[in-house]
Design a protein around this ligand. Structure first.
Ligand code: 3PG
Length: 306
């Protein structure tokens, strides 16, 4: 019998777990659940006898992959797959996939939600600001970026996008004004919303040079990954600019320093929660389960990333 481990330190909504189980029941597979585990050793132990693995931000390290002697496929139920050691997966003949687009709306709503929360002074009763009429620069115009753009337009914001992988015409068709130079995006927009993946090219790429260029009332919104921020540069901008605000779905490593020195100018979720809605969990979780069945039964590997 095919066995699939669903290893989620941050569990899916119950409806998503039931949906995943139904898909595997119908296929005649066994579902093994490992939720809220607190140490990596439990994950490594649980993967030992399984053929498939569904994860979220769980770390599919070389150790995990090598422990999975019968492992054929890992699906990251979500967009970013920087938590999978792709080299180890390939070396061990394990196919790695993601589920692009499935949880994007939840992430986009969080990005806008954090913007409103801060623009209204965290609902503390004092007079805040509106989003209407402000410029938002979307850094990478993929699934999440496009949805942020749509919602921002609904709020009456002016939407700009930088994405070297998407043609200007396409960006225009999708409702944003294309910007060909990333520095111009930062120079032009009070709000910047980050949607780049974390990889060797992007880590620490959001730096002092970009952030210090932002106009008065600058707000950086990060629902991507903390690793894309150059934290030394971030701190320097905080020091130099009283108007600068940072909103992030997961705190930076320098959180304590920011807390001690720049109170009230940032907001960080206590746990990464961009994709933490029932809808996103159902979309991504069920897509992951279906992708595993399609791969095992028919060899379909549409969303393979290694
Ligand atoms: C993603 O890459 O899809 C998001 O960061 C969501 O991550 P999560 O599944 O850990 O919430």
């Amino acid at each position: 019998m095919i066995k699939v481990l669903v290893a989620t330190e941050k569990p899916f909504a119950p409806e998503a777990v039931n949906g995943i189980k139904n898909i595997f029941d119908k296929a005649g597979y066994q579902t093994i659940l490992l939720e809220k585990y607190t140490n990596q050793a439990d994950f490594i132990k649980a993967v030992e006898n399984v053929n498939g693995l569904i994860i979220r931000s769980d770390k599919a390290t070389k150790e995990v992959i090598e422990a999975g002697k019968n492992l054929k496929i890992i699906v990251r139920a979500g967009a970013g797959y920087d938590n999978i050691d792709l080299e180890a997966a390939t070396a061990n003949n394990v196919v790695a996939m993601n589920t692009p687009g499935q949880n994007s709306n939840a992430v986009a709503e969080l990005a806008i939600g954090m913007m409103i929360y801060k623009a209204r002074n965290m609902f503390n009763g004092s007079a805040g600001k509106e989003l209407k009429g402000k410029k938002i620069g979307i850094h990478a115009f993929g699934h999440v970026g496009q949805l942020v753009g749509n919602i921002a337009k609904g709020f009456g914001m002016e939407v700009f996008a930088f994405d070297p992988f998407i043609a200007d015409e396409k960006i225009k068709d999708l409702g944003a004004t294309p910007v060909s130079d990333v520095k111009e995006l930062y120079r032009n927009c009070e709000y910047i919303s980050l949607h780049i993946p974390a990889n060797e090219a992007t880590k620490k790429s959001i730096n002092y040079d970009l952030l210090s260029q932002m106009p008065q009332g600058a707000t950086l919104v990060n629902t991507a990954r903390k690793e894309v921020i150059d934290e030394e540069g971030l701190k320097k901008v905080f020091e130099e600019r009283k108007d600068f605000v940072y909103l992030s779905d997961i705190a930076p490593d320098c959180k304590d320093e920011l807390e001690n020195n720049f109170e009230g100018r940032f907001f960080f979720t206590p746990k990464k929660m961009g994709a933490q809605t029932a809808e996103a969990n159902i979309n991504a979780g069920l897509a992951a389960a279906n992708q595993i069945v399609d791969f095992i039964e028919k060899g379909i590997a549409t969303f393979k990333v290694n």
